[in-house]
Design a protein around this ligand. Structure first.
Ligand code: 13P
Length: 253
């Protein structure tokens, strides 16, 4: 069985290094006991080195973004080679919060290329801002996926993880209903297969993100039939995260 992938997006949390170390330690303890679940933590850049362990690989480390530049005079930027060199394996690309601060589909596309060419997996977020009764959001989603993956060579399809993360469900009270997650993730796979191939689409992992917590995670995996979850708030809440990981690991499909 393919392992479920649970990726924690810590965003700009926590506010101290000690707390970051505490979170990653707790994650490792739970993750070593999981049978069907692979865990990834994406701390802020500043904490990444402290979260990487040479002794344990039970939690892989990801970054929340990456520069499209290779190096040189780019103040404040971190290159793909730097991340790869210290042991980062995943990069979140195209998160709506990055898109809101200026990342266009074209830039997202460049970040995907920079990530996969450096030998890391790109965790690519897509999702509509609003949902309407007429289904216009499906066209929006399709256009966004097409533009985001424009120019990506098909040999890199295996290094891409798609996260369907509807913007309206991020930081909300409720996640999307698992039945809707199922329908929309199928749609996302279909559009992906139109761009690459059916074979690539069969292999690509599609995750869901948006207000996932320990209460709804199991059902989203079971009914939504997604390959994993991108978790925000609950990923830095140790008690909730422990329960979430256990709930996901016991789902039988
Ligand atoms: P929340 O889980 O806090 O809604 O955040 C979702 C998210 O943006 C993960 O990338």
């Amino acid at each position: 069985m393919n392992k479920r992938l649970i990726i924690g997006n810590w965003k700009m949390n926590p506010s101290t290094l000690d707390e970051a170390k505490r979170i990653i330690r707790s994650m490792r303890i739970v993750a070593t006991k999981l049978e069907h679940t692979q865990v990834v933590a994406c701390p802020p850049y500043l904490y990444i080195s402290n979260c990487i362990s040479k002794k344990s690989n039970s939690v892989s480390i990801g970054s929340q973004t990456v520069s499209i530049q290779e190096g040189g005079a780019h103040t404040g930027e971190i290159s793909p080679a730097m991340l790869k060199d210290i042991g980062v394996q995943y990069v979140i690309v195209g998160h709506s919060e990055q898109r809101a601060s200026g990342d266009s589909d074209e830039i997202v596309s460049k970040r995907i290329i920079a990530t996969v060419e450096a030998g890391m997996k790109a965790v690519v977020c897509i999702g509509e801002n609003v949902r309407d009764e007429q289904g216009v959001y499906l066209d929006t989603l399709k256009d966004q996926i097409k533009r985001t993956f424009a120019g990506i060579q098909s040999k890199y399809a295996r290094d891409i993880i798609i996260v369907y993360e509807p913007v309206w469900a991020i930081g909300a009270k409720e996640a999307m209903a698992p039945e809707q997650v199922y329908e929309t993730s199928l749609f996302v796979k279909k559009v992906f297969s139109d761009i690459f191939s059916q074979e690539s689409a069969m292999k690509v992992k599609v995750l869901y993100g948006g207000s996932v917590n320990f209460r709804n995670a199991g059902d989203i995996i079971r009914i939504g039939k997604v390959d994993g979850l991108l978790v925000g708030r609950e990923s830095v809440n140790i008690p909730g995260l422990k329960e979430l990981l256990k709930a996901v690991d016991v789902v039988v499909l």
